[in-house]
Design a binder for this molecule. Structure first.
Ligand code: APR
Length: 171
């Protein structure tokens, strides 16, 4: 049974096997958590992202997919980059958001990761409502996480995000 923990903080400071980045399809960096990971992780991360673009992901990483790179100077060993869906009032993209968590957990397992940290994917620039994102994130991880992954952290950057996840995560 995988343990799910919530913590308020900065994902770049997590000493876990893999942290997950809320990237965009270019894999070439951005703002938010993407910007923080590249800024603090250093150029090795971007170098490996460029190599991924030059090889398998020439057209960019598709929404819901996940790929791994080094974590560079960060305490973590790997960064798993995934592309969340942009929230839409007209279309239910919840399946794509759930797929981000499943894909990231699959990549983490392939890496042999035992501890994984997620941000609240799509809840910043991509405007996903926190309560719905928390429901999808926690539900998907609870049903999808499996060995070797034994602990999954959700690292919530601010009080509203923490409150939204805590409201869903009763355990
Ligand atoms: N640690 C943990 N969480 C963070 C950090 C951090 N250092 N910085 C931001 N966050 C939180 C935000 O507060 C939000 O709750 O991560 C969540 C996701 O927000 P974004 O980083 O904006 O990501 P997202 O909404 O998925 O949008 C992705 O934004 O930065 C660009 O390149 C990225 O185009 C992509 C888009």
């Amino acid at each position: 049974m995988t343990e799910i923990r919530l913590v308020r903080g900065d994902i770049t400071e997590m000493s876990v096997d893999a942290i997950v980045n809320a990237a965009n399809s270019s894999l070439l960096g951005g703002g938010g958590v993407d910007g923080a990971i590249h800024r603090r992780g250093g150029p090795e991360i971007l170098a490996e992202c460029r190599a991924l673009r030059a090889s398998h992901w020439g057209r960019g990483l598709a929404t819901g997919e996940a790929v791994a790179t080094t974590a560079g100077r960060l305490a973590a060993r790997h960064v798993i980059h995934t592309v969340g869906p942009v929230w839409s009032a007209d279309e239910d993209r919840g399946g794509l958001l759930a797929q981000c968590y499943r894909s990231s957990l699959r990549v983490a397992a392939e890496l042999g990761a035992e501890t994984v940290a997620f941000p609240a994917i799509s809840t910043g620039v991509y405007r996903w409502p926190l309560d719905d994102a928390a429901r999808i994130a926690l539900g998907t991880v609870a049903e999808s996480a499996a060995p070797p992954v034994r602990t999954v952290w959700f690292v919530l950057f601010d009080a509203p995000a923490y409150a939204a996840f805590a409201a869903v995560h009763t355990r």
